[in-house]
Design a protein around this ligand. Sequence first.
Ligand code: FAD
Length: 388
Amino acid sequence: MKASRDVIVIGLGGMGSAAAYQLAARGQRVLGLERFGPTHNRGSSHGGSRITRQSYFEDPAYVPLLLRSYELFEKLERDTGRDITTLCGGVMLGRPESRTVAGSLRSARQWDLPHEVLDAKEVRRRFPTLAPRADEVALYEERAGLVRPEATVTAHLQLAYQAGADLRFEEAVTRWEALPGGGVRVHTVEDVYTAGQLVVCPGAWAPELLSDVGVEFTIERQIMYWFHPRGGTAPFERHPIYIWEDADGTQIYGFPAIEGPEGGAKVAFFRKGTVCGPETIDRTVYEEEVAAMAGHMASRVPDLPGRLRKAVTCMYTTTPDQHFVLARHPAHPESVTVACGFSGHGFKFVPVIGEIVADLALDGTTELPIALFDPLRQFATLEGETTR
Ligand SMILES: Cc1cc2nc3c(=O)[nH]c(=O)nc-3n(C[C@H](O)[C@H](O)[C@H](O)COP(=O)(O)OP(=O)(O)OC[C@H]3O[C@@H](n4cnc5c(N)ncnc54)[C@H](O)[C@@H]3O)c2cc1C
């Protein structure tokens, strides 16, 4: 057995790469273990773009984390010279009482975030590609936009490596255990390692690696679609991101065309996934799925759904209330920290999650507000049911 490390990080995707960097930058001897290669497309952190925004309809409690995450994304760009963030503005659309609009407005007002409320006519005037119904309104946020997931993960891996982290790819963890006298032991397909602290950032493999964390995770297959706009890409190049909620609660979201004239523009349903497993997920996208997406867009962003350029699957790891799990492991509070269950909206938080995980692993606590993410909380579903 080799020399013990200070911290082992399991999973080097979005969250784990940020955690490995933060821990190594704080002088820890870090071992990072990842089952696939660096920046792969078999988890949850691929597809070229992720929405970022501050007027958070999910809950105002996320806002302080978002403010910090914006600062850390800026620092990441400066430290690595990579193009990561594009703040192209964001339009949150729906009826005034929809979660997307009312929830965004609540966060904006509570935190005094710059925003505008636009009626349907004003939306059409300023963003001619969008065709809201007369009873729909929008919250416009200038500081919303997108971050690039692959560039983010690559940047964090690069900085972690430069800070001395030992990063091992194609080395899956088979199991881990907290040792009675303190510390942890981690078994991989290659070897066995020990460390004082363990950080588990397993993405869609949470049910397997964190079965004793006490949270019921659902792994969902989601699809991202890139369409060639009917009249050419130009109107979609300088374009805001948008999230659009229907009367029945269905949400879609879309991006500007960031990959040039041939790249198309990306759009997806926010939460219309099907249950899957990380090893058994069906990566084929079917014609009827493409037709359903194109049909949904036809009345809202009529010029978007031209020819399909590509469609790619991705996984959500969803908790019953769609809030994250971010804490010391309730069963092993001395030596294990967990960051998972990001429920399809975690990427915009990646750098701040890395910072919080490092705080928790090294100090046992953090100054950032994370009470909402306690694995021992009451899980109220969006329909108001309580599962614990
Ligand atoms: C289609 C789609 C759209 C999204 N859109 C947005 C958006 O617009 N805005 C936003 O903020 N968020 C969005 N998200 C969510 C966001 O991307 C995720 O919350 C985030 O990427 C999760 O990061 P992670 O580190 O938990 O998972 P991952 O990045 O998947 O990392 C987990 C890693 O653990 C590794 N691993 C697992 N098990 C083992 C093992 N046994 N041994 C070693 N390694 C292991 C995996 O290989 C993987 O690399 C979206 C997600 C999807 C799928």
